[in-house]
Design a protein around this ligand. Sequence first.
Ligand SMILES: [Zn+2]
Length: 77
Amino acid sequence: MASYKYRHLLSASEDLVFDHDHPPGDRARLSGIYRCAACGRESVAKEGDTLPNDHSHAVTEGPVRWRLLVYADHRAK
Ligand SMILES: [Zn+2]
């Protein structure tokens, strides 16, 4: 599970970008931390990079499905 210390440096969002699952090999739409919806593994991807295929599942877990957990706001100061 991703962790942080300073709550005031993160903001909650209802953006729909957090609601989509992506297979390994899809391009990351945003730079950030992605979490496998099936097993909970987390990975970092930069905008435009392919989402990793760095782990496998037991058959019962189903396919790897990356979901955006936290994205970096490059516009913030
Ligand atoms: Zn997984």
